[in-house]
Design a binder for this molecule. Structure first.
Ligand SMILES: *Cc1c(COP(=O)(O)O)cnc(C)c1O
Length: 350
């Protein structure tokens, strides 16, 4: 398929790189492609960024058949634009599609679409330390019908947003509220899919945590630890690095997988297994909980400074960022931005 390109006649003024909020400003162009049952995906096109017209009966509005991805393009010191393991995001998008009864995409073609769009808007990739161009591919169901069944038509779209540094004031560990009332996902549910509905369901716990003065939620399934906010979570206990195993309730993060492979390359194997909140508290009480951190595209590494589980408060590494967390952060961000060599073949230049 050929991607038709309609360039904007009114290029926007680019924002100040030092004052970028997350996901508020979008570039000049967007990608759209349609799907119809029996016809497949068709009419891939890049058009000026702007509103799309839909009917109020659009099935996505009512039944939430929608999935998305999140990735970043970085500008390296020579001004080249780099993606990080983008084929993994396309693979995961198809896993999400399958779970939500949505049609698969051609992963290679959609990666080409991302590259073509980012290349067209490459002047929008910010260069300041810590900044990036956030890439948001997503798919929505577009049947204008209220009958409850998988839609027979869809739209795949990609929009781009220049984003500021996640840590403009330097990395500070965050305090986390361990949620025991609400759950995000259970095995058999949709937790492993990047399905829009998961995020609607998790907002109430985030709001509750913020009300109590915490930055984020630690999600549990029963007593088993799952994720921290919308990040995967790692613990270093008595020298061993542990992350919850992918049991269908946990989102398989690209950053999670990269951290596991990076640590393996340092001869620090990560144990993927079930881990309970009791075990983490016992380790903390025994002085063996050395570090904890979240992983995700937005923050890359987000150290956990402390936990509050039903009023039982523990501090981790005296609330400071751990040595290993810092080394992982520096290495991963170094590879992503092309500042250090990439021995894994993760970086893709546009
Ligand atoms: C996107 C996401 C992550 C992190 O995935 P990355 O591929 O590392 O960005 C983790 N948990 C949830 C719930 C997510 O939505």
């Amino acid at each position: 398929m050929e991607i038709r390109i309609e360039k904007t006649k009114n290029p926007k003024i680019k924002p100040d790189e030092d004052n970028l909020a997350f996901g508020k400003i979008f570039t000049d162009h967007m990608f759209i492609m349609d799907y119809e049952e029996g016809k497949g995906w068709y009419d891939p096109r890049i058009v000026p960024f702007g509103p799309i017209e839909v009917l109020p009966s659009l099935s996505t509005f009512h039944y939430g058949q929608a999935v998305f991805e999140g990735m970043k393009a970085y500008k390296n010191p020579d001004g080249k634009v780099l993606l990080f393991r983008p084929e993994e995001n396309m693979k995961r998008l198809n896993q999400s599609n399958e779970r939500m009864c949505m049609p698969p995409i051609d992963e290679e073609f959609c990666l080409e679409a991302i590259k073509t769009l980012v290349d067209l808007d490459r002047d929008w990739v910010p260069a300041a330390e810590g900044t990036a161009l956030y890439i948001r591919p997503f798919i929505i169901a577009t049947d204008p019908v209220l009958r409850l069944k998988p839609s027979s038509s869809y739209k795949f779209m990609i929009i781009l947003s220049p984003v500021g540094a996640y840590y403009p004031q330097g990395i500070n560990p965050v305090d986390i509220y361990v949620e025991t009332e609400y759950v995000r996902a259970v095995p058999g549910g949709t937790g492993y899919a990047k399905a829009s509905a998961n995020y609607a369901a998790s907002m109430i716990a985030q709001a509750k945590a913020e009300e109590k003065g915490y930055v984020q939620v630690l999600w549990l399934n029963g007593n088993y630890v799952q994720e921290v906010g919308s990040m995967n979570v790692f613990f270093k206990i008595a020298g061993e690095i542990i992350t919850p195993e992918l049991d269908g309730s946990i989102l398989p993060g690209v950053t999670r997988d990269s951290v596991i492979k990076l640590l393996q390359s340092w001869d620090l194997p990560v144990v993927e297994r079930k881990i309970t909140i009791d075990e983490i508290y016992e380790a903390a009480e025994a002085g063996q909980l050395e570090e904890a951190f979240g992983t995700g595209t937005a923050a890359v590494i987000s150290p956990v400074g402390g936990l509050d589980w039903q009023g039982r408060i523990i501090k981790i590494n005296e609330g400071k960022m751990g040595e290993l967390s810092a080394k992982i952060y520096d290495t991963l961000t170094g590879i992503q931005t092309g500042k250090i060599e990439d021995p894994f073949g993760w970086v893709v230049e546009i």
